[in-house]
Ligand binder design. Sequence first.
Ligand code: GDP
Ligand code: IMO
Ligand code: MG
Length: 444
Amino acid sequence: MGERLIVVGAQWGDEGKGKIVDLLAEKFDVVVRYQGGDNAGHTVVVGSTQTVFNLLPSAMFHPGKKCILGNGMVINPEVLNREIERVGNCLDRLVISSQAHLIMPWHLALEQARTENGQGHIGTTGRGIGLAYESKAARGGLRAGDLLEDGFEVKMRQGLENANRELVSREVEPLDRNLLPGFLAEAKKLAPFVQDTALLINELIDSGRSVLFEGAQGAMLDIDHGTYPYVTSSSTNAGGACTGTGVAPTLITGTLAVVKAYTTRVGGGPFPTEPPPGDLIGDYLQSRGREIGARTGRKRRCGWLDIPVLRRSAMLNRPEALAITKLDVLDELPEIKICVGYTLRGSEIKTAPASAHLLAVCRPVYQTIGGWLANTSGITDFDKLPYQAQKYIFLVEELCGRPVKIVSTGPDRNETIIRKDMRVFEWMDQRPVESQLALPIANG
Ligand code: GDP
Ligand code: IMO
Ligand code: MG
């Protein structure tokens, strides 16, 4: 039977999941997105071409791989149609879950109306994500499968009228009914791709096919386990891959967590390793790492690597292995800091607390190591990394209690170290062996 591997982001998103999924996709038959919507921006660089995927799985450049939008997703039909046109050549491999919810025009309008600038203190991507999940939880949402049934138009008109009542009560211009036919035409284009994907994926698994589950956002943006309320509205962690596809936990064979070599976050919310005013390291990482939101064009907030955050996400996801990205961004730094713990109200703790209020008052405890001051861009052999760069990787392994099996040294698919000595692709050959390293999650 093929492997069923989940790829998750270990921080606040933008870890480089797109690059890693594209890299691994070659080894899998099926790639499925399990949550989120077009708040995601997953970048894939192959040669001189850079593509940002918002809704389609980041495996679209691998001919023959089935690409599925799972039931846990929220889909804006217009955005998906434009993405399909942009990417091209993928319709024969695309399947959309009949249970995935649709982002309706009023979800965007309401998000805009409820927040000052369309983003509010959370700093959302303004794509109607939270509102679509709100409709889902309130059992008033429209699903892709509804496109195949009678009554879609009636439900759509009712939805618009309900939303307009709120818009008017907020003294905002209501939505014009005349936009509905255009929306419907866009949505109907998706109808041929809509299927019962839980059944399909399980049948594919039973017939021996391997499945790669592509997470969006990151562990700390999870609706339950992230820095609530500064989170997105879906289950980003490995557990979400099961509910977001209909694949049972017993069928999952492994999880890989993608970790950026430093930390970034877009939007509001606590960020313990964000440098204080006057410390220019954040600006340096932002410009050297080209940390600009792939979806919104916003500058990402940047700081040192935060091990307590990684310990929490390792606890939530229990990854067999880590993939570290953007190591090359640290090349020119004479000194590199790693946050190895926090002080919280006079006590030292090792794992990030669940509460955003507590996280906001945690003070980072840093360990400093000498930088490598050498170019690592494009290195593909671990032994060719400067000693200090290797040491950085070993330190992360020790502090997180998880082995690093992939190191990314540039945006391109080929700029990657795969540590074969550590049986990187053992998932593809046999069931994974639990790491020899213990997971140091305990606080105190
Ligand atoms: P995702 O949302 O997790 O898929 O990540 P994004 O695509 O939003 O952001 C990651 C950015 O880093 C993209 O611009 C990638 O092309 C780039 N990237 C990925 N890996 C590396 C790397 O190892 N080095 C450098 N310099 N850039 C990388
Ligand atoms: P990928 O998949 C980084 C953040 C937003 C905001 C919060 C809620 O590319 O890693 P939302 O629009 O989801 O309601 O916004 O979540 N956010 C992301 N940050 N990467 C992402 O996706 C994100 N998707 C949402 O900035 O703080
Ligand atoms: Mg991104």
